[in-house]
Design a protein around this ligand. Structure first.
Ligand code: ADP
Ligand code: ADP
Length: 223
């Protein structure tokens, strides 16, 4: 089943064209690495897939549903339940204990607090930071912060997980551990996982590498 389908995506920031017609299909359970030089459009592609940016042209389908055909509210609700996004910075609410930060997507979707906390605790355990449940984000290391971001992205059981440089600010050992967490949790959930990366280690963990150049797909390699 195709979880994420991008068709002929074009996107420009004012005069700066970042994507010039990119198409991509990702199956449930598949792991895709988006690579390419800085400025080639990787983050823009991820943000279009996440519904953070709206493409100028082309379509984004999530589990077959075209995002453009939905009302803004329906699109927001779909994003909350079907897409987990792991960004590099700024995802956690500063003054909120980790357990609440991770539970937040479920609370926003209307789940009971006790049930949301139970799921959040399971995911904190899954990513190995269950002992930090009551800590606030400023008390966490970089690696713990990224683990928390992964727990939060996965807690609502999304079909598509999008990660921007998931190993970005980490040393190679911490990066490897975190990549293992992300890959195994995505596999465990049967989610489609799309990772933007400069890191060869991350690309090697994927089933497919898609290399962008100047806003188009330069080549695609099955791994
Ligand atoms: P990558 O993630 O591969 O480094 P980006 O998607 O961040 O590439 O950027 C693609 C192109 O769009 C680059 O030329 C970049 O300078 C430009 N760009 C990205 N974000 C913005 C922005 N907010 N405003 C203007 N130009 C942008
Ligand atoms: P990355 O290397 O992770 O893609 P960048 O350094 O390209 O990150 O971009 C960091 C931030 O700056 C992003 O929010 C991006 O949208 C913005 N940005 C990137 N290029 C430009 C640009 N030419 N003009 C304005 N904002 C930009």
């Amino acid at each position: 089943m195709i979880a994420l389908e991008l068709t002929d995506i074009e996107y420009s920031y004012r005069r700066n064209t970042a994507l010039r017609g990119v198409s991509l299909q990702v199956e449930a359970g598949e792991i895709v690495a988006i690579t390419g030089a800085s400025g080639c459009g990787k983050s823009t592609l991820l943000h279009c897939a996440a519904g953070i940016l709206t493409p100028d042209k082309g379509s984004v389908r999530l589990d077959g549903q075209d995002l453009a055909e939905l009302s803004a509210d329906a699109r927001a609700a779909l994003r909350r339940t079907k897409i987990g996004v792991v960004l590099q910075f700024g995802q956690l609410v500063p003054d909120l204990p980790l357990i609440d930060n991770v539970a937040l997507p479920l609370l926003l979707a209307g789940h009971q607090r006790s049930e949301a906390h139970e799921h959040a605790r399971e995911w904190l355990t899954q990513v190995g930071i269950q002992d930090e449940a009551d800590a606030v984000p400023s008390e966490l290391s970089g690696g713990q912060t990224q683990r928390a971001a992964i727990a939060r992205a996965l807690v609502s059981g999304p079909s598509v997980v999008l990660a921007d440089e998931p190993t970005g600010s980490l040393d190679s050992r911490a990066g490897k551990e975190l990549l293992d967490v992300l890959v195994s949790t995505a596999r465990y959930r049967g989610a489609a996982l799309v990772m933007v990366t400069h890191d060869n280690l991350v690309a090697a963990a994927a089933n497919r590498e898609i290399r962008l150049r100047d806003g188009v797909i330069q080549h695609e390699v099955a791994l």
